[in-house]
Design a protein around this ligand. Structure first.
Ligand code: GLV
Ligand code: GLV
Length: 326
């Protein structure tokens, strides 16, 4: 028997792949910033034992139907809404994600967006670059405080808990909403469980860390933004489709809320003409929540370890998303 075949849908630094070449036959779509074309992915799904995918790859039912010997889809993300889990499970294909290794890094970025939007950091930096700084002024670019304010975290999993830890350092009052109670966050961080509506009404900073599911799709809609304080800042580091972007645009534009910081969008990538970019109270980032060299490398390593566990060692994956029957 030959080595198991693995296809990676994006360019990955060779030094991260090197330890695996001996036991797995690895090929890749050698582009850093261009997603693998659908046609090519369909072909690769037919002839590989494992694929390492990005969140920009749609592993949907039609694609999964093409699988012949595919045993595992290792997604390079904690989220897996790009994958049809049921279709994979039915075909006996493992799906894995990359939890834990990106928790702190993503929480750091959530706090970065809180600080950036509250203190108008991007606007202020642009102000100098545009040559507009002529004089110091007592209320020039005055923002709003973060410390001692109320943060409301929607989606209190690992990343939400890590955000709460950081918020505690800023002596913030911590509210959260989640499908299940997070006892650890309540006892160790003083986080208070409230309904979604109460959170929206009371938080100065509303942090969206929701995964995309049928229940969370456009949960941040016109009604939700209307419930928020006019001073509230909305931060999304979860999934863009949990937000009705038109409603968000209107909410910021009309002063229903004070601003927002977004790392994710309903359709990615967004171009420079996206309406939200025209509003000064909005800070947009290109989905870089887990983007540090350390963390992206750790994510690649974890994805490769999942492939290795299933395809070489014949074991269960380290971080499974689905449960396969026997
Ligand atoms: C990024 O959005 C991830 O799900 O890891
Ligand atoms: C993801 O790791 C989460 O549970 O928030």
């Amino acid at each position: 028997m030959g080595k198991p075949k693995v296809f990676i849908t994006r360019e990955i630094p060779e030094h991260l792949l090197k330890p695996y070449h001996q036991e797995m036959e690895i090929s890749l779509w050698n582009e850093a910033l261009v997603p693998v074309p659908r046609e090519r992915l369909l072909q690769e799904v037919e002839k590989n034992d494992g694929i390492l995918t990005m969140l920009s790859d749609a592993v949907d039912r039609p694609l999964v139907t093409h699988a012949k010997q595919l045993k595992i889809v290792a997604n390079l993300a904690v989220g897996y809404d790009n994958i049809d889990i049921a279709a994979c499970t039915e075909k006996g294909i493992h799906v894995t994600n990359t939890p834990d290794v990106l928790t702190d890094t993503t929480a750091d970025l959530a706090m970065a967006l809180v600080l950036t939007t509250a203190r108008r950091v991007v606007e202020a930096a642009e102000f100098i670059k545009k040559g507009e700084w002529k004089e110091w002024g007592p209320f020039l670019l005055a923002g709003t405080d973060v410390h001692h304010k109320t943060i409301g975290i929607v989606g209190m999993g690992r990343i939400g808990t890590a955000v709460a830890k950081r918020a505690k350092g800023f002596e913030m009052n911590i509210l959260y909403h989640n499908r299940s109670r997070n006892v650890q966050a309540e006892t160790e961080l003083g986080a208070k469980y409230v309904s979604f509506e109460t959170l929206l009404q009371e938080a100065d900073f509303v942090i969206d860390l929701l995964p995309l599911t049928e229940e969370t799709r456009q949960i941040f809609n016109e009604k939700a933004f209307r419930m928020m304080k006019n001073e509230a800042i909305f931060v999304n580091v979860g999934r863009g489709k949990s937000v009705d972007e038109k409603a968000l645009y209107q909410a910021v534009k009309t002063g229903e809320i004070a601003g927002c910081g977004l790392d994710v969008f309903a359709e990615e990538p967004i171009g420079k003409d996206h309406p939200l970019l025209a509003l000064p109270q909005v800070v947009c980032l290109p989905h870089i929540g887990s983007a540090t060299t350390e963390t992206r490398s750790a994510m690649v390593k974890l994805a490769l370890e999942n492939l290795h566990a299933v395809l070489v060692r014949g074991q269960k994956p380290l971080t499974p998303v689905n449960e396969l029957g026997h």
